[in-house]
Design a protein around this ligand. Structure first.
Ligand SMILES: [Zn+2]
Ligand SMILES: [Zn+2]
Length: 216
């Protein structure tokens, strides 16, 4: 069936004749930006993440310069999404950016940083959420997950900042032991210190709205 005409994956009206270099979608000439080689969806996504980045810089959530970390090491930048997630406009923009990656029956956010993000995304998508508690010294009766997880339910983890990925991995482990099917995590800023690799080893794809190496 080599001659079969495939429809554009965006408008579904015209024949597809181009492939987006970013997402691989097959699209028509009208849904394609030839100068950059990307589809309309990816071009809009780029605009969105540029706006989010601008907002994060403006509110001081992302700063460039020389910063001394608590570990004593120096960093070329500083990230604190809490400065952003208390601002309704930025929080809404984070949810707008994340929405298209959410293919799940439940959202999971880790206390404390991801809670406003999980709530915003839940309001936007109408998908319910759970909160994962911080690691506690006292175990016993303390419940690690606030909210309900159903057997086999598809759950996506959201986080504000990923560094090594250990905290996202802990969330995934907890969700899986509660019966969840967890294959995707979404983060606002990826500091890229091994998170993507660690999670991939455990069968989780990490999607980052902003990767720090893209900005350096
Ligand atoms: Zn089209
Ligand atoms: Zn695309």
């Amino acid at each position: 069936m080599s001659g079969m005409m495939k429809m554009c994956e965006i408008c579904r009206v015209r024949a597809s004749s181009y492939t987006c270099v970013s997402c691989g979608k097959k699209v028509c000439a009208d849904c394609y930006l030839a100068q950059v080689g990307v589809c309309d969806d990816c071009a809009k996504g780029k605009e969105r993440s540029n706006l989010l980045l601008k907002q994060l810089k403006e509110c001081g959530a992302i700063q460039f310069g020389v910063f001394k970390l608590t570990s004593g090491k120096e960093s070329q930048y500083y990230v604190d999404i809490k400065k952003a997630s208390t601002n309704p406009e930025i929080l809404e923009e984070i949810a707008e950016n994340m929405e298209r990656y959410v293919d799940a029956e439940r959202i999971a956010g880790m206390a404390l940083g991801a809670v406003p993000i999980a709530v915003a995304l839940s309001l936007k998508t109408r998908i319910p959420f759970v909160i994962i508690r911080k690691e506690e010294k006292m175990y016993g009766t303390a419940k690690q997950i606030e909210g309900e997880i159903k057997q086999g339910e598809k759950v996506i983890v959201v986080e504000d900042v990923a560094t090594t990925g250990r905290s996202v991995k802990r969330a995934v482990d907890l969700l899986r032991s509660a019966g969840a099917n967890c294959e995707r995590a979404l983060v606002v800023v990826n500091r890229e210190e091994g998170a993507e690799e660690l999670l991939a080893e455990h069968g989780v794809k990490l999607i980052s709205l902003i990767k720090m190496t893209d900005l350096m």
